[in-house]
Design a protein around this ligand. Structure first.
Ligand code: RB5
Length: 151
């Protein structure tokens, strides 16, 4: 299994720890940056991770200070369903019910043990389909409808 992962400067330490956790579980991390504590802009990282997720059909993990900016940016990209989660239950349900393909985390909000649990819950869960597929299809229809418009 492969996972695309990226963070801005606020989450670079947590990103390294998640990559180590993934390795322990035999999961290969595709590190989309950033690579130091020098300031970067989270939309660039969101786009880099989202591109890998869509290209390779793999899950993604994105991290910024709160997880808010990077999840907003990722969710602008058609096909991306990024879920900002701060507990394992939400992370599991994001996969099971929402077919989230990207997990967003707030490095300045969560402690490392919580991050480990959230990541594990996200990656272990699978989309249930059924009535949830109908709802995801509606999300996709909204995306398609507004794709060419702006306000
Ligand atoms: C960077 O200082 C910070 O604004 C960013 O990591 C994130 O929290 C934005 O949503």
């Amino acid at each position: 299994m492969e996972v695309a992962i990226g963070s801005d400067h606020a989450g670079v330490e947590q990103k390294s720890k998640i990559i180590a956790l993934l390795k322990e579980s035999g999961i290969e991390a595709i590190d989309c940056g950033c690579y130091s504590a020098d300031s970067v802009d989270y939309p660039d990282i969101a786009e880099a991770v989202a591109a890998r997720v869509l290209e390779k059909c793999i899950p993604g993990i994105i991290i910024c200070g709160t997880g808010i900016g990077i999840s907003i940016a990722a969710n602008k990209i058609p096909g991306i369903r990024a879920a900002l989660c701060s507990d394992p239950y939400s992370a599991e349900m994001a996969r099971r019910h929402n077919d989230a393909n990207v997990l967003a985390l707030g490095a300045r909000v969560l402690e490392v043990p919580a991050i480990r649990e959230i990541v594990s819950a996200f990656l272990a869960a699978e989309f249930e389909g059924g009535r949830h597929q109908r709802r995801v299809d509606k999300i996709n229809a909204i995306e398609k409808k507004y794709c060419v418009r702006c306000c």
